[in-house]
Design a binder for this molecule. Sequence first.
Ligand SMILES: NC(=O)c1ccc[n+]([C@@H]2O[C@H](COP(=O)([O-])OP(=O)(O)OC[C@H]3O[C@@H](n4cnc5c(N)ncnc54)[C@H](O)[C@@H]3O)[C@@H](O)[C@H]2O)c1
Length: 408
Amino acid sequence: MPGVGAVASTLIAGVMAARKGSVAPIGSLSQMGRIQVDPTDPGSDTPLIREFLPIASLDNLVFGGWDPISANALEAAQVANVLDGPDLATISAELEAVVAMDAVFDQRWVSRLEGVRVKDLPSKWDQALALIDDIERFRTENECDRLVMVWCGSTEAFQEPSEVHESVAAFETGLKENDPNISPSQIYAYAALQSNVPYANGAPNLSVDIPAMVELAQTRGVPICGKDFKTGQTLMKTLIAPGLKSRMLGLRGWYSTNILGNRDGEVLDAPENFKTKEQSKLGVLGSIFEPDQNPELYGNIDHVVRINYYPPRGDNKEGWDAIDIFGWLGYPMQIKVDFLCRDSILAAPLVLDLALFMDLAGRCGASGVQDWLSFYFKAPQFDHDRIEHDLFVQERMLHDQLRRFAAQ
Ligand SMILES: NC(=O)c1ccc[n+]([C@@H]2O[C@H](COP(=O)([O-])OP(=O)(O)OC[C@H]3O[C@@H](n4cnc5c(N)ncnc54)[C@H](O)[C@@H]3O)[C@@H](O)[C@H]2O)c1
């Protein structure tokens, strides 16, 4: 994992605790979810997904990562303050052993962070080669059969794709010429794909959502997916919106605001980083409500998203939604949602599922964009224009693909 912060350390701690049998891996579909073997027959078997398919077992996982600040997963967990001391105490030695490698980091992309554990290599090409070396060293030292990379690093500053992102050839020239439009997350993605390692992007920055990485994933036969874990407010949004639509209730506006006090909140307090997140969060309503098909119900929606950095709350985000709907004869009504959630507690099982499903996909010969994993993302990457945000449709896509893998 590039980024050994709150999410990564909470994931690692949870897997270690689950291995000891002290907790269940709650929130993880790959561990606790079931699947209907024959979707056309409601009476057919519903085995656990991990028994239906050869998903790698938790006992066989090893973790590693890069970070410009955290020294190891224990320090990251203590700083993030997501888990209580007694929960960390039993696994502290194991967490401390997950030592972060020096990062490819550039403060231009994350202005609020001062990186100290950073590779001292000015050329982006050399940085990519150094990451490829790190990957191979990790593979050998830990005797891994396979690897998966999941970006758990900070959200990078907003960027539009540019010429250097158009093809692998342009990207490689850009690496050698230190093109300023190549961000650190893209260098990690390039290193992963060149090492035949599937790559999932948990943040909203472009990373693999550029033509060069799609091309590289296809030519090397490696799966990619992204972007931005769908955890708190957007999860709620994509649960509620399909329900309103299915009842043909109108929507006039949806105002979403959050207070968040962790390092992620601090990074997102910078306008250029918030813009990346805002774009990702704003996209979901259009494809669910399809205003073109129902202009009288959904043709005039004000959708606003705000994130406010508020240190006292730490990782315990509060997300408010004020939803203005209308019904019979156009009479207005309001729904208020106040979700007191825990960001990393919601995100950790998603990282686990993504790692295990991407590994499975790789073994099943899947390559390029894995849109059936859109279930996990706020701004899912598709290789066509029709983007699906409805959580229940996304769940069906995921189950359909798992059944296809099982049938291979
Ligand atoms: N927790 C959630 O619910 C959630 C939901 C969606 C997306 N995300 C995204 O997941 C990411 C991780 O969230 P978090 O709460 O763990 O944040 P965090 O700030 O605790 O951890 C991110 C870590 O990434 C490191 N980092 C920054 N640039 C890096 C680089 N170039 N290489 C390697 N490491 C780098 C930082 O030093 C930090 O330790 C963020 O981008 C966040 O926006 C989180």
